[in-house]
Design a protein around this ligand. Structure first.
Ligand code: GTQ
Length: 360
């Protein structure tokens, strides 16, 4: 017995002709029958154009240096090479997340602007270039994780003697999709410094919060500008003997000290240790993520495909894609950012363990 409406009429050639005539007159009124597309719209599981992909640092780095020869930071405003997901039409690494590599040469300035997309920086190469965010400056070192929250004025510069390169992560595709993009230039090239260098690390970065003031931005984002590599790496090392997560090993989230939640309203950032000899179990979740290899070597199996990675490579795990990680040789450290904070408040995040533990 077929399950369905009991009174499905027989589609005679005459009825079919009438239907087609009816469908043909609808576009003029900007209407269309839902039943023609319902199965494409309401899929049993997420479908995404984004595909798993890995960008090798050995391919990215020379092209970044080439870009620096050809275009100044001033001309470019932001000298960024975008990491584009080959399955997607819109620019982005996943449907919600943008990734790029930014480079700033000694004595260059990337002028001050602000925008509604939030941004993260994860430092890949260089030493002591700066970013200034809402009047506070931080000198960056390899492995540092920095936040640029929604609508924060920010400029970058380099008073050191070596180029700096970092991974940029923005929620730009998401912000575009909800028609919430705003952007403005600051009236001058650089913004005035209104705080001491690394003021926010001292004020908010030591498990203490000033009890005499309301949370900055009503607690929407972390007040900490720079989460130092040496501190984050030490946290991983301290927990090295723990069981950790079956899917991620020893994983830590960079948190907003006001809430204990993610550092930015739309993006959660994590640092994880995949220990020597460790091979995690496979799972999948709706949230998508961009991974960056902070230390070591290894591989990830994503949707059944193996991606071998080494230091400074970047790869994506699209929505609802089985994935598992393994180190090769020594301990490996992965930085990642994901869109979980966008999904969670609406009950849209789901996670599933792979029925066989790992992919074949
Ligand atoms: O540093 O402000 O990768 O505005 C893309 C857009 C970086 C930035 C990006 C941006 C920035």
């Amino acid at each position: 017995m077929m399950i369905g409406t009991p009174s499905t009429p027989k589609v005679t050639p005459e009825l079919q002709r009438k239907r087609e005539a009816f469908y043909a007159e609808l576009p003029e009124f900007n209407m269309r029958p839902l039943w023609a597309i319902l199965k494409d719209a309401m899929t049993p599981e997420p479908t995404t154009q984004a595909v798993p992909y890995l960008w090798k640092w050995k391919d990215v780095r020379p092209r970044m240096y080439k870009a620096a020869e050809l275009v100044s930071a001033e001309e470019a405003e932001r000298r960024v090479l975008m990491l584009l997901n080959p399955g997607m039409e819109k620019p982005g690494a996943t449907s919600t997340l943008f990734a790029g590599v930014q480079m700033i040469l000694p004595h260059e300035i990337a002028r001050t602007h602000h925008h509604t997309p939030n941004a993260i920086r994860f430092v890949i190469e260089g030493s002591r270039a700066y970013t200034t965010v809402n009047g506070e400056r931080s000198l960056m070192e390899k492995g540092d994780f920095l936040t640029t929250p929604i609508w924060a004025w920010h400029d970058h510069g380099n008073d050191a003697d070596v180029p700096m390169l970092w991974l940029d992560g923005l929620d730009m595709p998401f912000v575009q999709s909800v028609d919430a993009m705003f952007f403005e230039y600051y009236p001058e090239l650089t913004q005035p410094l209104r705080r001491e260098v690394d003021d926010s690390i001292r004020r908010y970065g030591s498990n203490l919060l000033p009890a005499f003031e309301r949370p900055i931005g009503e607690g929407l984002y972390s007040p900490v500008l720079n989460y130092r590599w040496k501190d984050a790496r030490a946290s991983l090392e301290a927990a090295k003997g723990d069981q950790g997560s079956p899917y991620d090993g020893v994983i830590f989230e960079y948190t907003n000290p006001y809430t204990g939640g993610p550092s930015l309203p739309t993006m959660s950032s994590c640092l994880q240790l995949v220990r020597k000899g460790e091979h995690t179990k496979a799972h999948r979740h709706v949230s998508s993520a961009v991974y960056h290899v902070a230390e070591g070597r290894g591989y990830s199996i994503i949707r059944g495909e193996r991606f071998d990675w080494e230091e400074s490579d970047t790869f994506v795990v699209p929505a609802w894609s089985w994935h598992e990680h393994a180190s090769a040789g020594d301990d490996a450290v992965l930085y990642s950012f994901n869109d979980r904070p966008i999904l969670k408040p609406f009950g849209l995040e789901r996670e599933q363990a792979h029925p066989k533990g790992r992919q074949e």
